[in-house]
Design a protein around this ligand. Structure first.
Ligand SMILES: Cc1cc2nc3c(=O)[nH]c(=O)nc-3n(C[C@H](O)[C@H](O)[C@H](O)COP(=O)(O)OP(=O)(O)OC[C@H]3O[C@@H](n4cnc5c(N)ncnc54)[C@H](O)[C@@H]3O)c2cc1C
Length: 415
């Protein structure tokens, strides 16, 4: 099989890349080893979040993480094991947990997130494409004084970097959704944020681009043939594919493909869970993050989703019921009406966030293979950054100047 551009991976990043490449008139084929949107892009919290512009590797996170590690119900967990990739990743992560790095990276993520919101607006206007996209902002709610103080400090950093923030007291916060009793003592409202149903977004866009000529091929990429710094063929479980340019957008599996090419992509899968319910009659209308518990509550059309936890356990899909229960237990502490025992569960899901150690994706053309582009490692914000990443992949592919400075995102920045 031959194609002009081959994309490996049909999640938010791969499908958005295929969309903008198709729009620019390219011949695009997308391969996925599974169904489209079967990875992390399926059951996540669906928040579009310029408010999450501070990277995970922020000052203080390292120590907080160590403390949480020993609590089986904490929102963060590292499965103890002698894994040299994990150890090396943690080392890099620790090195990135500093103020200088945070102030360098935050404006980049903010710029990408805000550009993505504009692109979401355009995608939401595509005829027949409906993914419950709501631009209502996003609230981070706090039930402790200490939490609220930390939240205000975070909001000050974000304000400094141009993200709109509104500090709310308990009364103002309650007024956002008056029918839902809130036990929060205060919160930060981020008016530029939005929410959507992620599988409807990715699958809907996939259907749209397929109608417009993008070819989908159900196969696993298992290797490459190259010569003269060019990829000549991608070897898949269902035949070889010759492509003029190749995009790796395989989320948490990208390091395996990197290994085949001798490229080190330090991405750790960070497992999270979601529990989706039939939307109750009384439901929040904005996305709400429960700060101390690190749980997100998102209304999605006729559904309501709780999502959370971050487990570094490798490419492991086991469901830890204790952690699922911890998510369920957290919500009524903030909103007693949302007691899960009164809600109808539709689905329990887990997915693997593809986390880089420095909070930036790997995005750019490879130095080793002239026709290879990498777009992976979007961690907790790969839905938010899907459209802008797709646009940037298109600009890189077409040798245009990218609309965001990608120097810090170089795919080969870690040796
Ligand atoms: C609990 C949870 C909550 C989250 N909440 C949010 C949120 O509110 N907002 C937000 O922006 N982000 C959120 N995220 C993060 C977001 O889900 C990810 O960043 C995003 O989905 C990553 O997209 P991706 O396309 O890189 O990877 P994926 O969606 O995982 O897609 C990768 C695809 O590549 C395919 N693939 C892998 N290897 C191969 C191969 N060798 N050959 C062919 N195909 C291959 C896989 O089958 C998969 O379909 C959350 C994640 C979790 C787990």
């Amino acid at each position: 099989m031959k194609t002009e551009i081959l994309i490996i991976g049909g999640g938010s990043i791969g499908v958005c890349s295929a969309h903008f490449l198709n729009q620019a008139g390219h011949d695009v084929t997308l391969v996925d080893k599974d169904d489209i949107c079967a990875g992390s892009s399926y059951g996540n919290a669906g928040l579009v979040v310029p408010s999450h512009s501070i990277p995970l590797s922020a000052p203080g996170v390292w120590l907080k993480g160590l403390k949480w590690m020993f609590n089986p119900e904490s929102p963060f967990y590292i499965k103890p094991r002698m894994d040299k990739d994990l150890i090396s990743w943690l080392w890099k992560f620790k090195a990135a947990c500093n103020t200088g790095h945070m102030h360098h990276v935050t404006p980049l993520i903010r710029e990408m997130s805000l550009a993505s919101v504009i692109l979401f607006d355009k995608i939401a206007n595509i005829d027949g494409l409906e993914f419950d996209y709501e631009k209502r902002g996003h609230l981070i709610a706090y039930i402790t004084e200490k939490g609220l103080e930390d939240g205000k400090a975070e909001a000050r950093i974000l304000t400094k970097h141009g993200v709109e923030t509104q500090v709310m007291d308990a009364e103002e916060l309650q007024a956002l959704d008056p029918e839902i009793e809130s036990r929060a003592i205060g919160g930060i409202f981020y008016p530029q944020d939005a929410h959507l149903t992620p599988h409807k977004f990715v699958n809907g866009l996939a259907t749209h681009i397929q109608r417009n000529g993008v070819k989908f091929h159900s196969a696993e990429a298992i290797g490459f043939e190259s010569s003269d710094q060019q990829l000549r063929k991608v070897i898949t479980t269902k035949g070889d594919i010759e492509a003029e340019q190749v995009v790796i957008a395989a989320g948490s599996w990208s390091p395996l493909l990197g290994q085949e090419l001798g490229i080190n992509l330090p991405i750790q899968p960070a497992k999270g869970y979601s529990i989706t319910f039939k939307r109750p009659e009384t439901s929040p209308t904005v996305g709400i993050s429960l700060a101390e518990s690190k749980v997100a509550v998102t209304p999605m059309g006729d559904r309501l989703r709780f999502a959370g936890t971050l487990e570094l356990a490798g490419l492991d899909f086991a469901i830890n019921k204790r952690r699922v229960q911890a998510i369920l237990n957290a919500v009524p502490k903030y909103m007693p009406q949302l007691d899960p025992s009164n809600l109808e569960v539709l689905e329990i899901w887990r997915g693997l966030r593809p986390c880089s150690p420095d909070g930036l994706p790997f995005l750019g053309r490879s130095r080793f293979y002239k026709n290879l582009i990498i777009a992976a490692g979007h961690a907790m914000i790969g839905i938010s950054l899907g459209p802008i990443t797709g646009k940037l992949v298109t600009q890189i592919t077409r040798e245009e100047t990218p609309m965001v400075d990608l120097t810090a995102m170089s795919p080969e920045r870690f040796k």
